[in-house]
Design a protein around this ligand. Structure first.
Ligand code: HEM
Length: 385
């Protein structure tokens, strides 16, 4: 079997048996300092406005993390520095990646540990220069190794994003050609169905089936249209718009009646009415599906520092944690019907309007907020068709 990543990293930093011995010897000396060092560590993070943002869980999260860092230092000095060790460390690294912690913060953080642990070494081996040197070297190597593992997890993430982008681009080309080719046969079916409709007369069952075929053709056409919209950005034909009008068009298309009066007071935005209508058709359609016959769908508007925000909330069961992370990616769906393009398209269109869309639930149900720049602000739309 070839060398594992961890073996390769250990070889790179030159981590060997003598370092293992030095770390284990130092362990009982360093352990009483772990609590203090972990306080210093998180105080440093909290003192920096950017790094602090990652700790949004507040006091209780910091308390928990201090505790985990003490455990982390214990394993650092005790090992064994084997494959399961690497796996555990990589899992910690992936947690940082998952919360989108910028990787450059890792260097400074590791340096805090380096300074603190070196001070412990210096203090402990003041009169034993040989031991001091061996311990310093070992601490240096193991922390380099830890940093390398952390950065490895960021690289892992980048590679998987790249692979995903490549898959999507191949997928996009394939979808584009299949979608295009399917349009013709669907068109023929539609016109034949139209002719058939005129000929079947009063036969109730035949009429029912013809209607059903018509409905299914409609669904197939929508899927193809969404797929093609996904891969080809239609140019924006931008104009000044009132969100109330856009929402009204969307609600009418879905035969929904919603209280949209509060939106009348919102400032205008600049956008493509048809594409923005599509955004709200998709969001309202999801919301009304989730709410079901007995639930409710609510639309709210507000102004947030130069942005017009429209929130769509429903009384359904919301989106679970796992789906939430990938909610706006293509082919992610929780519906039985539908292939998971609706929200991906929403995101794409909103971003092309220099806006954002996010999932911000307040209670159990789902709540999506679309934010678009007010018309006449600094943001200008890139392309107009
Ligand atoms: C030398 C660098 C670091 C080490 C050794 C370290 C260690 C750890 C450990 C042991 C955990 C617990 C993982 C688990 O629950 O299994 C963790 C999670 C976490 N760390 Fe770090 N950390 C480092 C850098 C940072 C920095 C610089 C920040 C913030 C700026 C940070 C923020 C967090 C947060 C927010 C979590 C919780 C993630 C979650 O579970 O959602 N860490 N870290």
């Amino acid at each position: 079997m070839g060398e594992t990543i961890f073996e390769e990293l250990k070889r790179y930093v030159g981590f060997g048996d003598e370092d293992a011995v030095a770390l284990r010897t130092l362990y009982p000396v360093a352990a009483p300092h772990f609590e203090r060092i972990s306080v210093v560590f998180y105080d440093r993070i909290l003192a920096h406005e950017g790094a602090r943002k990652a700790l949004e869980g507040g006091e209780s999260q910091v308390g928990h993390l201090k505790h985990t860092l003490v455990g982390w230092m214990g394993e650092l000095f005790h090992g064994p520095w084997d494959e399961p060790y690497f796996e555990v460390r990589a899992r910690i690294g992936r947690k940082h990646v998952a919360i989108a912690l910028p990787q450059h913060y890792m260097f400074g953080a590791m340096n805090v540990l380096r300074q603190e642990l070196n001070a412990v070494v210096d203090d402990a081996y003041l009169r034993e220069p040989k031991k001091l040197q061996a311990a310093r070297i070992a601490v240096g190597k193991i922390l380099d190794l830890e940093l390398a593992v952390m950065l490895h997890t960021y690289r892992e993430d980048l590679l998987s994003q790249q692979a995903r982008a490549e898959r999507l681009s191949t997928f996009g080309q394939l979808v584009g050609s299949i979608g295009h080719e399917l349009r013709n046969p669907l068109g023929v079916m539609e016109s034949s169905l139209y002719i058939l409709k005129g000929r079947i007369g009063e036969d109730a069952r035949a009429n029912k089936h013809v209607e059903r075929i018509g409905e299914q053709l409609g669904i197939a056409n929508t899927i193809i249209k969404d797929l093609l919209d996904m891969i080809r950005d239609r140019p924006l034909s931008a104009q000044r718009l009132r969100m109330k009008d856009v929402l009204e068009m969307a609600a009418n298309q879905l035969h929904l009646s919603l209280g949209l009066e509060p939106l009348a007071a919102l400032p205008e935005v600049e956008g493509d009415p048809n594409q923005l209508r599509q955004v709200f058709v998709n969001l309202l359609d999801n919301a009304s599906d989730a709410a079901g016959e007995t639930g409710w769908v609510r639309v709210e508007g507000s102004v947030e520092g130069g942005r017009v925000a429209v929130a769509i909330e429903d009384s359904g069961k919301g989106v679970d944690e796992t789906t939430r992370r990938r909610l706006f990616e293509p082919l992610v769906t929780t519906k039985q019907k539908g292939i998971g393009l609706g929200l991906a398209l929403v995101k794409r269109i909103v971003e092309r309007h220099q806006g954002t869309v996010s999932y911000e639930p307040r209670g159990n149900g789902a709540r999506f907020v679309v934010r678009l720049p007010e018309a006449g602000g600094n943001a200008s739309l890139p392309d107009r068709g």
